[in-house]
Design a protein around this ligand. Sequence first.
Ligand SMILES: Nc1ncnc2c1ncn2[C@@H]1O[C@H](COP(=O)(O)OP(=O)(O)OP(=O)(O)O)[C@@H](O)[C@H]1O
Ligand SMILES: [Mg+2]
Length: 320
Amino acid sequence: MDSSDIEAMVTEVDETTEVGSAKRTPSRDGHLPGTEQAANGQVGPTGRPMPVFPEPQPLTSHGPARVIAMCNQKGGVGKTTTTINLGAALAEYGRRVLLVDFDPQGALSVGLGIQAHNLDVTVYNLLTERGHDVRDVIQETKVPDLHVLPANIELSAAEVQLVGEVAREQILARVLRPVLDDYDVILIDCQPSLGLLTVNALTAAHGVLIPLECEFFALRGVALLVETIEKITDRLNPRLEIDGLLATMYDGRTLHNKDIVASIVGHFGDKVFHTVISRTVKFPDATLAAEPITTYDSTHKGAGAYRQLARELVARGGAA
Ligand SMILES: Nc1ncnc2c1ncn2[C@@H]1O[C@H](COP(=O)(O)OP(=O)(O)OP(=O)(O)O)[C@@H](O)[C@H]1O
Ligand SMILES: [Mg+2]
């Protein structure tokens, strides 16, 4: 081992920083683990040349938040996984992030170690009762600057209860208003439906991110989702835009998956993120461990993929 090797090792040790309970080690070029391969100019998994997504600039001040709804009425496409891991990656880059669990299944809350079924006050109470302070309901996670507004099964009653309310589509927007200045990004994890809760999420949002599982019927139902988004833009929330479509659970070894991504790009062009999330058992494993993949296995390529998505989102102007 010569002296330059030792110098490199010392640099690596010095650059190891704590994130929650886990460590992340920037590589020698300063990137967080798993992000070194990005932006090499070669054709990426979506069949287009992969652009450069630079490391986001540190923020000197925080807020107001840009609100993004994670939305697809199809179940099991990666909405919750993307909310947790994109949020964690943005927090690693120094952004203050609030994740809103807006699914009565409470998978986002559970996936970040919050025992939401035991909570007396959740997002449900903020929606249906007056007199609560949203800041009292928000919980911290093991990841610094990654906070959660939790939900549990009680939220399933909200859809029916809110139907008779005045301005029933704008209730979540009202709930979030007091904390907009506390965060840089707010991500809302929607349930797999286009009902009143999802309409509330889309009315509170600036952008929509649509995860699509790489499987044969990926685009089935997306036309209806786009139609719903257009109706909300027309009638309730003119600022709403589609931030992007994200291919998830991608398996590059099968031609079939490549064809599916090609057809998504054929339909939606530049709206499709260059970043693609591969299928790996590390995601369910991280959920079981109740942490984001970025801390559960910081150097795993799945962690790198969500960091790249965070950089791509910032580069596109979808987040500060
Ligand atoms: N890239 C991936 N590779 C492998 N498994 C994944 C990946 N992304 C998500 N999963 C797993 O697939 C399942 C569904 O993912 P997730 O819960 O994120 O989807 P969802 O769209 O939120 O589902 P729902 O519509 O039920 O809320 C989970 O078990 C999750 O761990
Ligand atoms: Mg979900």
